[in-house]
Design a protein around this ligand. Structure first.
Ligand SMILES: NC(=O)c1ccc[n+]([C@@H]2O[C@H](COP(=O)([O-])OP(=O)(O)OC[C@H]3O[C@@H](n4cnc5c(N)ncnc54)[C@H](O)[C@@H]3O)[C@@H](O)[C@H]2O)c1
Length: 251
C-alpha cells in the first residue's frame, strides 16, 4: 500500500491506460480522482466497491475553468494533491491522414487537449504541491514523438511538446521538491485502440516488429512505470522520459 494517505488525480481515467493507472494507484492505497471529459462515475464506483476512496469528475483539460474546478473539488474532498498523471489526450480516436489534410481547427484542438491540458492541470496543482513541498507529476507522452511517426502530425507535435515541457517543468518545480517525469508508451492495445480498426491494421504488427520483446503492449504494461515514478522510490528522479514499449526506442 505504498500510496496510502496519498491523493492522486489521473486525467483521462474513464478508459484505457488512464483507467489502468487509476486502478493501480487506488489498489495501492491512493484516494483517486478520475477526471475525464466522459463520465467516469461507473469506474469510480467500481474502485469504491473494492474499498478505495474514489471520485469521478467531469473535466475538459483544455478548459481553464474546468481544470480549476477539478483541483478545487479534489482539495475540498480529499484535502491535498500528491500525484497528477497527465494522461488525457485525443489518442485512440486519431484518424490517420497526410499532414496536408489536417485542418487548423483540428490542429488547435489537438494542441489544446494534449499539450495545453497538461500545462493547465500542472499549473492548477502546483500551488498545492508547492505548499506541501512535495509532489509527483507524470506525463504520458508517446513513442511516436521519438520515431517521427507519419500521418498524425498534430498528435506527434503535441507529444513532442509534452516531452520538452517535462524537462522544463522538472527544473521549475524542482526547488519545491516536486518531480516531473514522463512515461512514453509504445503502441498499446487500449480499448480505444482495439476499436480503431484502421489504426490497428497499420500499427499492431509494425510496432511488434520494432520491439526487443516481440509481443503486443497492453495498458497493464504501462502502469508499473507510472506507479514507480509516482512513488517515493523515484524521489530523486526528475525530468526523465521512460520508454515503455517492449524495447523499441532508445534515447
Ligand atoms: N494506446 C497507445 O497506443 C498509446 C501510445 C502512446 C501514448 N499513448 C498515450 O496514452 C494515453 C492514453 O491512451 P489510450 O489509448 O488509453 O487513449 P484513449 O483515447 O483510449 O483514452 C483517452 C481518455 O482521455 C479522455 N479525454 C479526451 N479528451 C479529453 C479532455 N479534453 N479532457 C479530459 N479527458 C479527455 C477520453 O475521454 C478518454 O477517456 C494518451 O495520452 C495517449 O496519447 C497511448
Amino acid at each position: 500500500m505504498k500510496f496510502s494517505g496519498k491523493v492522486a488525480i489521473v486525467t483521462g481515467a474513464q478508459t484505457g491506460i488512464g483507467l489502468a493507472i487509476a486502478q493501480r494507484l487506488a489498489g495501492e492505497g491512493a484516494a483517486m480522482v478520475l477526471a475525464d471529459i466522459a463520465d467516469a462515475a461507473p469506474q469510480a464506483r467500481e474502485l469504491q466497491a473494492g474499498g478505495a476512496r474514489a471520485l469521478a469528475l467531469k473535466v475538459d483539460v483544455a478548459d481553464e475553468d474546468s481544470v480549476r474546478a477539478m483541483v478545487e473539488r479534489t482539495v475540498t474532498e480529499f484535502g491535498r494533491i500528491d500525484i497528477l498523471v497527465n494522461n488525457a489526450a485525443i489518442a485512440a480516436t486519431i484518424q490517420l491522414r497526410p499532414f496536408e489534410e489536417i485542418s487548423v481547427a483540428e490542429w488547435r484542438r489537438m494542441q489544446d487537449v494534449n499539450a495545453m491540458g497538461p500545462f493547465l492541470c500542472t499549473r492548477a496543482v502546483a500551488a498545492h504541491m508547492r505548499r506541501q513541498q512535495s509532489g509527483r507529476i507524470v506525463n504520458i507522452t508517446s513513442g511516436t514523438a521519438f520515431k517521427g511517426a507519419p500521418f498524425m502530425l498534430d498528435y506527434v507535435a503535441s507529444k513532442g511538446a509534452l516531452m520538452t515541457m517535462t524537462r522544463s517543468l522538472a527544473h521549475e518545480l524542482g526547488p519545491a521538491f516536486i518531480t516531473v517525469n514522463a512515461v512514453s508508451p509504445g503502441y498499446t492495445l487500449s480499448e480505444g485502440n482495439l476499436g480503431n480498426t484502421a489504426f490497428l491494421a497499420t500499427y499492431r504488427e509494425a510496432a511488434i516488429a520494432t520491439r526487443a520483446l516481440p509481443r503486443d503492449g497492453w495498458p497493464s504494461d504501462i502502469v508499473g512505470a507510472v506507479a514507480f515514478l509516482a512513488s517515493d522510490d523515484a524521489a530523486f528522479i526528475s525530468g526523465q522520459i521512460l520508454a515503455v514499449d517492449g524495447g523499441s526506442v532508445y534515447h
